[in-house]
Design a binder for this molecule. Structure first.
Ligand code: MSP
Length: 532
C-alpha cells in the first residue's frame, strides 16, 4: 500500500461573485471540491480546501449602488448572510476562506503586479472592444450572438443574453500573446493539466488560434471598486487578474514563503466550464511570467441546467441550496449531485429525480441496509457484535467485492470521476443487500444449530457497513458518522480520517462491541414536501 502520509493535497473552488446569493450551481462546485478533499484526507494526505469570494469589479459595484449601499457594506452583508452560511448548509469542510477585499490578498496582488511590471510583462496601451459586465470579461465579436426580445437587432453576450458595453480606454496590458507557444508546449507535456478531455481539446484549439494581450486594468474615471495598480493609482486592477491570484495569496504568496511552498502548486482547481479559459490559459501564463509553478490540474465541470440552459440567478432560474437541504438534508444534496451527474458533463436537475434517488438509493439501498443489520444484531444478539465463524464462499465474495470497490473507487478519484467512485462503492451496498436476501438471517435465527452461521452473516454485514462508512464518509459525512457511532467503531479512530485504502481490510470491528440503536439514516419524506 503506498504511503501518502507526506503528500500534500491542495484543492480550490472558484471564488464566487457576491452580487447575489448562492444557487445550487455554486453549491455543486463546492461539494465536488469538498468530496475530493475529504477523500484525499482519508488517503492520509495533508489535504487543504480553499474557497472564498470575489468581491471587486463593476458587477458588484453596480449591484451595491442599485441597493443604495457602499460596495464594502454590500459584500460584507452578502458574505455573512449568504456565502458563509452556504458552507454550513451543504456541509463543506474548508480549511480557509479568502475574500478578495482582505489585506492579505490586496497587498500581495500588488506585489505580483509590480513583479510582472518590473519584468517587462506589463505595458500601457489602448483598449478598444466589448465588455460583458455579467461575465466581467472582454468579448470578441465571435463571442457574441444575436439578441432576442428587448435586445433584438443587437449583439449580446452568449451567456447573459444581454448587450455588451463598448469600451475605448487607455489601460495596462499583460503580454499574454507571448505565452502562446509556452502554453501549447506545457499542455503537450502535461496532458492531464486540463480535464476532462473535451475541455482540454477546446482550450488547446483556442490557444492555437492565437492569443491577444490582455487588458488588466480599468481607469478609475470609469469606476473605482478594485485594487489600485501599484505604480499608477489612477487605475484599478481588472477583476479577473485580481481574483485568480486568490489561489496563491490565501496560502502565503508574498508573505510567508515557507507556507506558500508547502501548498503550491495546487493539486486540482475545480471550475465550471464557463470559466475554464481564465484558469487554463490566463492563469498559467500569469504564473509562468512570474516564474511560479503552474497548478497540476484544472478540471472544468459541466453546468446544472434548467430548461436546457445554465441555471442562473440573473435568468431567475436559480434554486437556493437550502430549498433542497431543508427537506432532504445536506447528505442527500451531496450524494445526489455527485452521483446523478457524470462529473464533467452537464446535468438537468429535477425534484422528481432527486426524490426518486433519495428513496431508492439512499433510503432503501443504503439506509435500510444499515437499519436492518443493526436491528438484527439487537434482536438476535442483544446488541453485542458476535464473533464470526468460518467464512464460506459467500463471505469471501463480499470481501472481494469490498476490496475491488476500494481499488476502483480510489482510481476513479484520481481521474476526478466522482460519480464513478460512488458507483463503485455502491457495488458493495448492492452486494450486501443481495447477501442478506440469500443468507436469510431471520431463518438462521430460528434454529440453534445455525447460530454460528447467523453470527457470521451478521458480523460480515456489520463489517460491510464499517467499510461503507469509511468509503462514503467523504460524500455523506453526517449519515456515516451516525452509522460509525452505532457500530461502536470509534474504538478504531475518527471516521473522518479512517484510511480509504484500508477500508476493505476485513475483521476490524472487535467482536463483543456494544452496538447502539440507529435512527433511520434517510427518513421517509412526505409526498407534498418532495415536490414542493
Ligand atoms: N468570480 C468568478 C470566479 C473567479 S475564480 C478566480 C465567477 N464566479 S461565479 O459566482 O459566477 O461562478 C462561480 C462558479 O459557479 C463557476 O465555476 C461557475 O461555473 C459555477 N456555476 C454558476 N452557475 C452554474 C450552474 N448553473 N451549474 C454549475 N455550475 C455553475 O465566475
Amino acid at each position: 500500500m503506498p504511503n501518502n502520509l507526506d503528500a500534500s493535497f491542495y484543492a480550490t473552488t472558484p471564488i464566487f461573485y457576491v452580487n447575489d446569493a448562492p444557487h445550487i450551481g455554486h453549491a455543486y462546485t463546492e461539494v465536488a471540491a469538498d468530496v475530493l478533499t475529504r477523500w484525499h484526507r482519508q488517503r492520509g494526505e495533508d489535504a487543504f480546501l480553499l474557497t472564498g469570494t470575489d468581491e471587486h469589479g463593476e458587477k458588484i459595484l453596480r449591484t451595491a449602488a442599485a441597493n443604495k449601499v457602499e460596495p464594502q457594506a454590500w459584500v460584507d452583508k452578502l458574505v455573512h448572510d449568504a456565502w458563509l452560511p452556504l458552507l454550513n448548509t451543504i456541509d463543506i469542510d474548508n480549511q480557509d476562506f479568502i475574500r478578495t477585499t482582505e489585506p492579505r490578498h490586496e497587498k500581495n496582488v500588488q506585489k505580483f503586479l509590480q513583479h510582472l511590471y518590473d519584468k517587462g510583462f506589463i505595458y500601457r496601451g489602448e483598449f478598444v472592444g466589448n465588455y460583458c459586465v455579467g461575465c466581467e470579461e472582454y468579448k470578441t465579436e465571435g463571442d457574441l450572438i444575436d439578441g432576442e426580445g428587448d435586445f433584438a437587432g443587437q449583439a449580446v453576450c452568449a451567456i447573459h443574453s444581454k448587450p455588451v458595453e463598448k469600451l475605448h480606454e487607455t489601460n495596462y496590458f499583460f503580454k499574454l500573446s507571448e505565452f502562446q507557444q509556452p502554453l501549447l508546449d506545457f499542455y503537450a507535456a502535461n496532458p492531464k493539466f486540463i480535464q476532462p478531455e473535451s475541455a482540454r481539446n477546446e482550450v488547446v484549439s483556442f490557444v492555437r488560434r492565437g492569443l491577444e494581450d490582455l487588458s488588466i486594468s480599468r481607469s478609475k474615471e470609469k469606476f473605482d471598486w478594485g485594487i489600485d495598480i501599484p505604480w499608477d493609482d489612477s487605475h484599478i486592477t481588472y477583476v479577473w487578474f485580481d481574483a485568480l491570484l486568490n489561489y496563491i495569496t490565501a496560502i502565503g504568496y508574498g508573505e510567508d514563503e515557507a507556507a506558500f511552498e508547502k501548498r503550491w502548486p495546487a493539486s486540482v482547481q475545480i471550475v465550471g466550464k464557463d470559466i475554464l479559459r481564465f484558469h487554463a490559459v490566463i492563469w498559467p501564463a500569469m504564473l509562468m511570467a512570474a516564474d511560479l509553478p503552474t497548478p497540476k490540474q484544472v478540471f472544468g465541470h459541466g453546468w446544472l441546467l434548467v430548461g436546457g440552459e445554465k441555471m442562473s440567478k440573473s435568468k431567475l432560474t436559480g434554486i437556493a441550496p437550502h430549498q433542497i437541504t431543508d427537506t432532504f438534508g445536506s447528505d442527500a444534496f451531496r450524494y445526489y449531485f455527485m452521483k446523478a451527474i457524470a462529473f464533467g458533463s452537464d446535468g438537468s436537475f429535477s425534484w422528481e429525480d432527486l426524490s426518486a434517488r433519495y428513496q431508492s438509493e439512499l433510503a432503501n439501498g443504503f439506509g435500510n441496509l444499515a437499519s436492518r443489520v443493526i436491528a438484527m444484531i439487537h434482536r438476535y444478539f442483544d446488541g453485542t457484535l458476535p464473533a464470526s465463524g468460518p467464512d464460506t464462499e459467500a463471505e469471501l465474495e463480499i470481501q472481494k467485492i469490498a476490496a475491488d470497490a476500494v481499488a476502483a473507487a480510489d482510481a476513479a478519484i484520481d481521474d476526478v470521476a466522482i460519480h464513478e467512485a460512488i458507483a463503485q462503492v455502491w457495488t458493495l451496498v448492492d452486494a450486501l443487500n443481495g447477501y442478506i436476501t440469500v443468507q436469510e438471517p431471520w431463518v438462521l435465527a430460528k434454529d440453534e444449530a445455525t447460530r454460528e452461521r447467523l453470527a457470521t452473516v451478521l458480523y460480515t454485514t456489520a463489517e460491510g457497513l464499517r467499510a461503507l462508512s469509511v468509503l462514503l464518509s467523504p460524500v455523506v459525512p453526517k449519515a456515516t458518522a451516525k452509522l460509525w457511532s452505532a457500530l461502536a467503531a470509534q474504538s478504531l479512530g475518527d471516521l473522518a480520517d479512517r484510511p480509504i485504502r484500508e477500508a476493505a481490510d476485513w475483521g476490524q470491528l472487535p467482536a463483543g462491541a456494544k452496538i447502539a440503536e440507529l435512527e433511520p439514516l434517510f427518513p421517509r419524506i412526505e409526498q407534498d414536501a418532495e415536490t414542493k
